[in-house]
Write a protein that binds this ligand. Structure first.
Ligand code: GDP
Ligand code: FE
Ligand code: FE
Length: 198
């Protein structure tokens, strides 16, 4: 992997140490798993390996930030006020990218954007957005019904993997009477068609 991150002026060892002050060990392992899966996808789909690595490693950086701190960030940055009606599941990406920017001084728009949309996706997703969205779902540590199907799809079509994952997420949330964030629906509508094409 990369030994030094110029944009943050930090060695990999320093970065890993910083991440570990933010998240529990199991989540840290997951983040390393997503980094590995993202690098594999970047190689397969000709993405930027450096960006895939760093975005994968950092995607859940803000997952253990407190609700109070997320509310403060929404106010400070004057984000969409509707965000306040949601919770950690949505905030750790849609707001969490700002924590990465603030804490680590990372100023790479593509990477920050991939972190921002990693949970809910978006109507239009860049290659890196799709790589992180899918890598999060299929990393080696994931074990749930359907994960192997997602892994197989990710080998043949990144868009199909995005569509499959979004469909499963919508099904999962609806089955539990959970609210579905509008971006999740937008992602579903933008990508679901590709599952019908060969
Ligand atoms: P993780 O951070 O590695 O656990 O994975 P994600 O960032 O993809 O998802 C975090 C949580 O958000 C999961 O429990 C998802 O089921 C949940 N989630 C994903 N999309 C939505 C949504 O549209 N609405 C709500 N309420 N939860 C969602
Ligand atoms: Fe996440
Ligand atoms: Fe994750």
């Amino acid at each position: 992997m990369f030994d030094y991150y110029d944009e943050m002026g930090m060695s990999r060892a320093e970065l890993l140490e910083k991440i570990q002050t933010m998240v529990k060990p199991a989540r840290f392992e997951h983040m390393l798993g997503v980094e590995k899966a993202a690098v594999e996808l970047a190689k397969r789909y000709m993405g930027n390996i450096y960006s895939a690595s760093l975005a994968g490693l950092l995607h859940d950086y803000a997952k253990e930030v407190s609700d109070t701190d997320f509310i403060k960030l929404i106010e400070t940055y004057q984000l969409d006020p509707d965000l306040k009606n949601w919770g950690n599941a949505v905030w750790h990406g849609k707001v969490g990218f700002l924590k990465v920017k603030e804490d680590l001084g990372l100023d790479n728009a593509e990477i920050l954007r991939a972190i921002q949309v990693h949970t809910v996706g978006a109507r239009e997703m860049a290659l890196l957005d799709k790589i992180i969205y899918v890598a999060d779902y299929i990393e080696d540590g994931r074990d749930f019904l359907g994960v192997d199907e997602a892994r197989e799809l990710a080998k043949v079509s990144l868009d199909k993997a995005v569509a499959y994952e979004t469909r499963e997420t919508v099904k999962y949330l609806a089955a539990r009477n959970l609210p579905i964030y509008p971006d999740t629906i937008a992602t579903y509508n933008a990508y679901i068609k590709v599952l019908n094409n060969d």
